[in-house]
Design a protein around this ligand. Structure first.
Ligand code: HEM
Length: 248
């Protein structure tokens, strides 16, 4: 027999950041297509309009990224704990998780990773999000910023190999983002129901299916307790004292 537990995984600031960022990145991708292939793509009327919208979305994504970084580094101080893979994750976890996605998932086996507020991401998510959030996003923001100010920053361009190198780098990183988006959305549908992982990004709470009798601590988050009735309100003292796992 299985029962479900409600876990408070995604606080409001992260949810707001995520959907603002997603909208910004999708806008950047579509406007970029028109800027790169103006003869084939025309979604926003003129070429100039596409550039203006691209620059605006770039500024919105940059500011929301800075707020995300400040929130995880200085407010919750959980950036390292949540996003950086441990040695165990690298040696075993990555392979175990990849094996699940490529093979065991199709046999109906359970996900080897159980999310808790202290360990939200499986080793593959940690590696992917770390790369996206701490390497590729800062790089695309930086190269985009340089490209917005070509004239005043011309001397810096020479140092990094000229405008062509910068444009190519910006374009290649953007392609990585498009690839990430497809994989990210596909993997997000592989919960116990297709929308199980989407729910916490809207309401904060994730519903986890757990085999009866398995109440051992999950990934150092304290005891996991079964839920019988759940109130979908905000984070309470009760959830805080149980590590974000709602108990009734
Ligand atoms: C339409 C586009 C997108 C959709 C539908 C989407 C969907 C989701 C879903 C369902 C989750 C929760 C499941 C999970 O943790 O994997 C999630 C989390 C996350 N997504 Fe996205 N995403 C989108 C775009 C993006 C983009 C563009 C980025 C980064 C550039 C991104 C970065 C993240 C991060 C870092 C998390 C973890 C957030 C946290 O809990 O700290 N997502 N996304």
């Amino acid at each position: 027999m299985k029962h479900t537990e409600q876990i408070y995984l995604t606080p409001m600031p992260v949810r707001i950041w995520h959907w603002l960022n997603a909208l910004g990145i999708v806008t950047l991708c579509v406007t970029a297509l028109q800027i790169r292939f103006p003869d084939y793509v025309n979604v926003f009327g003129t070429y100039k309009a596409a550039i203006r919208l691209h620059n605006t979305a770039g500024v919105v994504v940059s500011i929301s990224y800075a707020l995300w970084l400040i929130y995880y580094m200085f407010v919750t101080r959980t950036l390292v704990k949540l996003y950086v893979p441990t040695l165990d994750d690298i040696k075993y976890g990555l392979f175990r998780q990849a094996f699940f996605y490529f093979f065991y998932y199709f046999l109906g086996r359970p996900n080897p990773h159980h999310s808790t507020p202290d360990s939200k991401f499986n080793p593959m998510q940690k590696a992917a999000y770390l790369m996206i959030m701490l390497v590729l996003l800062p790089l695309v923001v930086l190269t985009g910023f340089f490209l917005m100010y070509i004239a005043p920053l011309r001397e810096i361009f020479v140092l990094v190999g000229g405008i062509k190198t910068l444009v190519s780098a910006h374009y290649l990183i953007a392609c990585c983002f498009c690839a990430f988006l497809f994989v990210h959305i596909y993997l997000a549908t592989l919960g116990h129901t297709p929308f199980a992982h989407f729910k916490p990004m809207w309401v904060g709470w994730e519903e986890e299916e757990v085999e009866d009798g398995t109440q051992e601590p999950a990934h150092g988050a304290g005891p996991v307790l079964p839920i019988h009735s759940v109130g979908h309100t905000a984070e309470t003292a009760e959830t805080a004292s149980t590590g974000g796992i709602h108990v009734s």
